[in-house]
Design a protein around this ligand. Structure first.
Ligand code: SAM
Ligand code: SF4
Length: 447
């Protein structure tokens, strides 16, 4: 979501006639788009911002802007602690960047004229409510040429006890279906082949719209857009995963056989403390339904270890859940205290040492599971959408299967954007290597 927000900021700069600089020392404006989901991300931001002080001292005309969730949380206090910050804007006020660029331009000229204009006079914030943000059509300068991110909703109403998102990104709002469809038609005309629909809880898309449209209805509508060959979405909250969505994923071939369905913890006690509003049993039932409907579905998840009150027995339940569910991939995190959240007041916070030990155990177990699953794909023939040159080996091309496995193969740049048929020769920990074959039947698809 943050990457896509940055693409929107780039789009606004581009439309204003600015271009991206490769050299931080030559830039006229530096924007730090921040994340505050965990303390580590926040500390990373402060260290980057600290490093900008010297550049600003050398070039006082440089503008420094702070965007994203930390900007939303800290607001004006950033000016106090970092006197060289000029503009602070939150994730629901990206549209305000346009007017800041325009006014900064005017100010820069005035500044040149009146050298005594103080820095303070140039500072501004945009962190106020922006109730119409979800209806705004912002320009986007996208990274890549095959896969595109598309926001379908903003904010979150779930208030999981550990999570800062509802406080920084505000209440849940869905974009109108016509705007989303229009964006996809535009992407198809630009040659994009795959879209990933973004929301904190895509399964509740449409709840506050008046047109009786839910997430599966949106997917069916978007399935009709010619030129877009694959549709993904992230993230699904397990409590809102409906039978209708599973059926839609099964029936509509452009919907990829992959779902990111964060479990967070295997213990019902911890899930309840987290305010996740499902039990492990509920979750398992949904996973079974998904696997039954779509046998080759890949399921990935998020896990938090060391949530307050998680004892050894609870943690064991998380390990057992990983063994039982056999995820294709996992993001695992140590619980991190976040401002405003309910979990701060819970008793029995866990030491960092115990959290580290638990995280290592989760990651190690999942590495084994992922590798075993990848090995089983050796010899399989899979359909891959080619995205570009492989980062790790520039002589190879890279792409993904419908169920999100990364596949590298010897190809050419002419393959970019095409669906190719690949026989998997070798499985690695995080990717597969294969060779191109001329098969006409791959994994349930006729090509
Ligand atoms: N909306 C998504 C959902 O409910 O599954 C998740 C969005 S959140 C940006 C991504 C992940 O960060 C969460 O699933 C959770 O595992 C993790 N996370 C959020 N807050 C955290 C915290 N305070 N400490 C550790 N991990 C956290
Ligand atoms: Fe955070 Fe929970 Fe909302 Fe996801 S659903 S963004 S974890 S509050």
């Amino acid at each position: 979501m943050n990457v896509h927000d940055s693409e929107k900021m780039s789009g606004i700069f581009s439309e204003s006639g600015c271009s991206q600089s490769d050299d931080i020392n030559n830039a006229d404006v530096i924007v730090l788009n921040t994340c505050s989901i965990r303390d580590k991300a926040e500390q990373k931001f402060y260290s980057k911002l600290g490093r900008l002080r010297k550049i600003k001292e050398k070039r006082p005309e440089l503008k420094v802007a702070v965007a994203g969730c930390i900007a939303q949380q800290k607001g004006d206090t950033l000016f106090k602690n970092f006197p060289y910050v000029d503009f602070v804007f939150g994730p629901n006020n990206i549209d305000n960047l346009q007017s800041w660029i325009e006014s900064s331009d005017v100010e820069r000229r005035t500044l040149d004229d009146k050298k005594n204009k103080t820095l303070d006079a140039r500072r501004s914030t945009a962190i106020q409510d922006n109730p119409d943000y979800h209806n705004k059509l912002l320009p986007v300068k996208r990274e890549g040429q095959v896969r595109a991110w598309v926001s379908i909703m903003y904010g979150c109403d779930n208030f999981c006890a550990y999570c800062v998102v509802p406080y920084t990104r505000g209440r849940e709002r869905s974009r109108p279906i016509r705007d989303i469809r229009h964006e996809l038609i535009g992407l198809a005309s630009e040659g994009f082949k795959e879209v990933t629909l973004l929301g904190q809880n895509v399964n509740s898309y449409g709840k506050k719209l008046n047109d009786n449209i839910d997430f599966p209805d949106l997917l069916k509508e978007l399935h009709e857009v010619d030129g877009i060959t694959r549709i993904r979405f992230v993230t699904s909250h397990p409590k809102d995963l409906s039978d209708k969505l599973i059926q839609t994923m099964k029936d509509f071939p452009k919907l990829c056989n992959h779902i990111h369905l964060p479990l967070q913890a295997g213990s019902d006690k911890v899930l309840s403390l987290m305010n996740r509003r499902y039990t492990y049993g509920d979750y398992k039932e949904k996973v079974n339904m998904l696997k039954q409907a779509i046998p080759d579905i890949a399921i990935t998840s998020d896990i938090i270890v060391g949530f307050p009150g998680e004892d050894d027995g609870d943690f064991k339940m998380t390990l057992n859940a990983l063994k039982e569910i056999q995820y294709d991939g996992l993001f695992a995190f140590k619980y991190s205290k976040r401002p405003d959240t309910k979990a701060l007041d819970l008793p029995d916070h866990i030491s960092e040492d115990i959290k580290s030990v638990r995280l290592d155990k989760v990651l190690k177990l999942q590495e084994e599971i992922t590798f075993d699953k990848n090995i089983k794909l050796e010899g399989e023939i899979l359909e891959v959408l080619v995205e570009g040159v492989s980062e790790s080996d520039k002589s190879r091309m890279t792409g993904r299967t419908g169920n999100n496995k990364i596949v590298n193969f010897n190809g050419t740049e002419e393959d970019i954007g095409n669906l190719v048929t690949i026989k998997i020769l070798k499985a690695m920990q995080h990717s597969l290597f294969g060779e191109r074959v001329q098969e006409s039947r791959v994994h349930g698809f006729q090509v």
